[in-house]
Design a protein around this ligand. Structure first.
Ligand code: ZN
Length: 92
C-alpha cells in the first residue's frame, strides 16, 4: 500500500486560495462560501463541487505542485493524471 504524504499547511493555504479564486460567487450552504468543505486525511483540500470549478482548480493545483520543488519531491507525479501536450490559452 502506498501512502500519500501529508500536505504541509503552507501549501494548503495556497490550495484554499485557488479554490476561492474559482468560486462561482453564489451563496453556497455546502461550503459556507469558502470554496471547500474541509480537508481529507492527507491534509488535502476537499473542494466544494457545487460552487467551485473543480476541474480548473485541479489543473491549477497540479501546476502549482509542478512548480514547487518541495511538492514535486513529495508527490512526484501523483497529480499528473493526463500528460497532455495542451497549449490552452488560459495562462492569465
Ligand atoms: Zn460551495
Amino acid at each position: 500500500m502506498e501512502t500519500t504524504p501529508r500536505l504541509p499547511d503552507e501549501h494548503l493555504a495556497k490550495a484554499k486560495e485557488l479554490a476561492a479564486g474559482q468560486r462561482s460567487g453564489k451563496n453556497c450552504k455546502l461550503c459556507y462560501n469558502r470554496g471547500y468543505q474541509g480537508t481529507d486525511q492527507n491534509n488535502m483540500l476537499v473542494l466544494c463541487p457545487k460552487c467551485v470549478d473543480t476541474d480548473t482548480v485541479g489543473k491549477q493545483w497540479r501546476e502549482y505542485v509542478r512548480d514547487t520543488p518541495a511538492l514535486t519531491e513529495m508527490y512526484g507525479d501523483y497529480f499528473d493524471e493526463d500528460e497532455e501536450d495542451t497549449e490552452d490559452a488560459d495562462e492569465s
